[in-house]
Design a binder for this molecule. Structure first.
Ligand code: SF4
Ligand code: SF4
Length: 146
């Protein structure tokens, strides 16, 4: 997780967080392809300038205004929430319908088992949907020497 997102994580108890959701990779067999929990748990907020009407890439029609600085993916501003761009069934098979145009928060959110530093919020979202925690990345993949 990027440092700026880490700062935002700590921690709104009602989970309306200005953070980020799923970096759903295209390559299988990523756990994300059968998950989607983060897209249905956090408020997916981002700087409004990422919207296409402001010169960005996120389709305006799929966003909601949060305040004068932030927008969010529509559907994630409520609880329970679910991003309108998420296709499929959480915990089974999912896909981001705007993968190439998803906001930076989604791009920067890491799957816990796919980053050396891990991402507890990935497993937190999974737990909220009754999905098992993903394991830490194996140490041997971090240190090929020796
Ligand atoms: S909660 Fe974790 S495993 Fe699930 S889609 Fe998000 S990043 Fe991927
Ligand atoms: S834009 Fe895509 S990756 Fe981001 S929350 Fe919505 S479905 Fe998930």
């Amino acid at each position: 997780m990027l440092p700026v997102l880490g700062q935002l994580y700590n921690f709104d108890p009602i989970l309306l967080l200005d953070l980020c959701v799923s970096n759903i990779p295209l390559a299988s067999p990523s756990p994300c392809l059968s998950c989607g929990a983060c897209c249905s748990f956090f408020r997916v907020s981002f700087y409004w300038g990422e919207a296409d009407s402001a010169g960005g890439q996120v389709p305006d029609i799929l966003t909601s205004k949060v305040n004068h600085v932030y927008s969010c993916m529509k559907g994630t501003e409520q609880r329970p929430g679910r991003c309108v761009a998420l296709l499929g069934e959480v915990g089974s098979q999912v896909r981001c319908s705007i993968y190439q145009n998803r906001p930076s928060t989604c791009r920067e959110f890491s799957c816990h088992s796919e980053t050396p530093v891990g991402n507890p919020d990935c497993n937190r979202a999974r737990a909220a949907h009754g999905l098992p925690a993903l394991p830490d990345q194996a140490w041997e993949t971090l240190d090929p020497v020796g």
